[in-house]
Write a protein that binds this ligand. Structure first.
Ligand SMILES: [Zn+2]
Length: 245
C-alpha cells in the first residue's frame, strides 16, 4: 500500500482486528456484486470505502424515478441511464485505489458461471427468487461463498452461505421464473433496504478479513414491526437438489 492508501484506510489499520494484514486481504479480494438496486446501493459504498480491491458490478437495469427512494447512488438526472456505469463512476470517485469492472448483463443460466467465476465472494442483492436461486446454485457449483441479502415490506434477511447449507436449503425450490416477489409489488422501506445492503457489506468485510469464520449458514433476520434482529443457524436440507450429495 502506498502513502495515500495508508491515510485512506487509517481508521481500519488502527483496529487490531483488521490492521495492515486485514487491509491487504481486503485489497486482494475479488468480490462480485449482483444487483445494483437497493441492496447493491447499500453495500457498494461500504465495500468501496473498505478498500475491497476488485469489484465486479453486475446489473442490466437503468435508473427509474421510483428507485431513488432507496438507491442513494443515483440522482434525478440519472433516470434512464445504466446503473453499472453510474455506480462505477460513483465508486471510482470515492476510492481511486480499487479496480471496478462492470457487466451490464442480466444473469442467466447461460452466463452465470462465466460472470461469477474467478471471484472470492459473491454478494447477491437481486430482487427475485429465480435469480437468487441461480446465483446461489452457481456459487455452490463454483465453490465461492455467497452473501445473500434481501428486504421487502418491513423485513430484511442477510446470510452467508458456503457449501452447506446453501441458499436453496434455506429458501427451498418452490420458486420458478414465473414467480415474482419483487419490491414493486410488495413495497420496500428505503432505510431498511439500505441497512440490509450495508449489513451484507459488513459480513463481507468480516469474511475477507477472517473475523467471520463462524458465520456460514447463519441467517440474520430483522423484523421492523418488532424492531428486533434474530440470528439463526440454518440446517442443511438433506434433500437439497443443489448441495446434497
Ligand atoms: Zn443446499
Amino acid at each position: 500500500m502506498n502513502d495515500d492508501e495508508l491515510d485512506y484506510y487509517a481508521r481500519h489499520i488502527v483496529l487490531p482486528q483488521i490492521g495492515g494484514v486485514g487491509q491487504r486481504k481486503l485489497k486482494a479480494a475479488k468480490v462480485a456484486l449482483v444487483g445494483l438496486g437497493g441492496i447493491g446501493a447499500g453495500a457498494l459504498p461500504a465495500l468501496v470505502g473498505a478498500g475491497v480491491g476488485h469489484l465486479t458490478l453486475i446489473d442490466d437495469d437503468t435508473v427509474d424515478l421510483s428507485n431513488l427512494q432507496r438507491q442513494p447512488l443515483y440522482r434525478v438526472e440519472d433516470v434512464g441511464k445504466a446503473k453499472t456505469g453510474l455506480a462505477k463512476g460513483w465508486a471510482q470517485s470515492r476510492n481511486p485505489h480499487i479496480e471496478i469492472e462492470t457487466e451490464a448483463k442480466r444473469l442467466t443460466e447461460e452466463n452465470a458461471e462465466d460472470l461469477l467465476s474467478g471471484h472470492d465472494l459473491i454478494i447477491d442483492g437481486t430482487d427475485n427468487f429465480a435469480t437468487r436461486l441461480l446465483v446461489g446454485d452457481t456459487a455452490v457449483a463454483l465453490g465461492i461463498p455467497l452473501i445473500a441479502a434481501q428486504s421487502a415490506q418491513l423485513h430484511a434477511q442477510v446470510g452467508i452461505f458456503t457449501a452447506k447449507p446453501c441458499y436453496r436449503c434455506v429458501v427451498g425450490d418452490a420458486f420458478d421464473a414465473e414467480d415474482c416477489d419483487n419490491c414493486a409489488e410488495l413495497g420496500a422501506l428505503g432505510a431498511l433496504v439500505g441497512m440490509a445492503g450495508q449489513f451484507a457489506a459488513l459480513l463481507a468485510v468480516r469474511h475477507i478479513v477472517g473475523l467471520g469464520m463462524g458465520d456460514a449458514g447463519k441467517l440474520h433476520w430483522y423484523d421492523h414491526m418488532r424492531g428486533q434482529w434474530r440470528s439463526n443457524a440454518m440446517p442443511a436440507d438433506h434433500n437439497c437438489q443443489t448441495c446434497a450429495s
